[in-house]
Design a protein around this ligand. Structure first.
Ligand SMILES: Cn1cc(Br)cc1C(=O)Nc1[nH]nc2c1CN(C(=O)N[C@H](CN1CCCC1)c1ccccc1)C21CC1
Length: 321
């Protein structure tokens, strides 16, 4: 494990821990060649044990997803016996949850600005045949330009039979889980994602969750009761629940905006999206991929596209054509 960590340190300067979860932690790091800040997610394989498929799910999903509101994977190393390292996009704005708590509640306009980005990310991952299945405020981070980034694809599903395929595994946070999911019924991942997104909107607007109770069974009763004036998103009957397509141009989301929610990826718009995205999933997400994607990110933020040749006397930008 040490030698791979050593190898990683050749490319990244690792700084303080910015997040600690069950079997993983996230550290702030700097990509030496580009000088860009990144998030280093370190997962312990031993304690992960049966959860290894979850890591594989997360890495496979993130290799195929490239969108302005989805956290970017730059590089991953699985080879080490004990640890798995993922280099991900750094979001300096922190968790959306913390942002809401600190502001107590958001204005309707601010909620709409964030919610359009949330719907954009959900519409995009569904268009790629992925269902996230654990949508909640803790999984949204704010980047340097007030853009929301969706993270944690560890329990997402890309059903072989396509998006209409019924799933069975019950996962995610109960407070955001759709009725059909907590009833243990066969459910459609994307439809359940819409429910969670509706609960998220409620939390954004009201500053608290619609179905909260320390006693989970009471919370389930509230979820099943379905007595609230919320429109079509937290609709108990999955067949009558609004689809993400109809959300894109919903009147409330259009208020103050002239256009429906743009959900296509803007990351590689200049090239033919198909070939690039196809290419992306073929890359081996090593140091070369990380350097390329981080230079692309620098360019898209209008920063000079330079490699830092770090030498004994500090960093000297290498101008590359
Ligand atoms: C906390 N914080 C404060 C500021 Br300012 C920036 C951050 C921050 O963590 N930014 C950040 N940038 N990129 C990332 C993060 C956090 N982050 C994460 O992946 N964070 C998740 C947060 N999960 C949500 C529910 C349970 C844990 C995480 C997963 C495992 C262990 C620790 C943290 C990534 C890598 C994608």
């Amino acid at each position: 494990a040490v030698d791979d960590y050593e190898k990683l340190l050749k490319y990244y300067d690792v700084h303080e821990t910015i997040g600690a979860g069950g079997f993983a932690k996230v550290k702030l790091a700097t990509h030496i060649f580009t000088g860009e800040k990144v998030a280093l997610k370190i997962m312990n394989k031993e304690s992960h044990g049966d959860d290894l498929p979850r890591v594989k799910t997360e890495i496979d999903a993130m290799k195929n997803l490239s969108h302005q509101n989805v956290c970017r994977l730059y590089h991953f190393v699985i080879k080490t016996p004990g640890k798995i390292f993922m280099i991900l996009e750094y979001c300096p704005g922190g968790e959306l949850f913390d942002y809401i708590i600190e502001k107590d509640r958001l204005t309707e306009d601010e909620t709409r600005m964030f919610f359009r980005q949330i719907v954009s990310a959900v519409a995009y991952i569904h268009s790629q045949d992925y269902a996230h299945r654990d949508l909640k405020p803790e999984n949204r981070f704010i980047d340097g330009d007030q853009n929301l980034k969706l993270i944690d694809f560890g329990v997402c599903a890309k059903p072989k039979g396509g998006m209409d395929y019924h799933l069975m595994i019950c996962c995610g946070n109960p407070a955001y889980a759709a009725p059909e999911l907590i009833q243990g019924k066969a459910y459609i991942g994307s439809v359940a994602d819409i429910w969670s997104t509706g609960v998220l909107l409620y939390a954004l607007m009201c500053g608290y969750q619609p179905f909260d109770d320390d006693n989970v069974m009471l919370m389930y009763k509230k979820i099943m009761r379905g007595k609230y004036d919320m429109p079509q998103m937290i609709q108990v009957d999955p067949k009558r629940r609004i689809t993400v397509r109809h959300l894109l141009n919903h009147p409330w989301l259009m208020q103050g905006y002239s256009c429906p929610v743009e959900w296509q990826s803007k990351i590689f718009y200049k090239w033919s999206k198909g070939s690039t995205l196809h290419l992306l999933s073929k890359w081996d997400y090593d140091q070369t991929t990380a350097t390329y994607l981080l230079l692309l990110s620098k360019k898209s933020h209008g920063k000079p596209v330079r490699l830092m040749r770090s030498s004994a006397f500090g960093e000297h930008p290498l101008n590359i054509e």
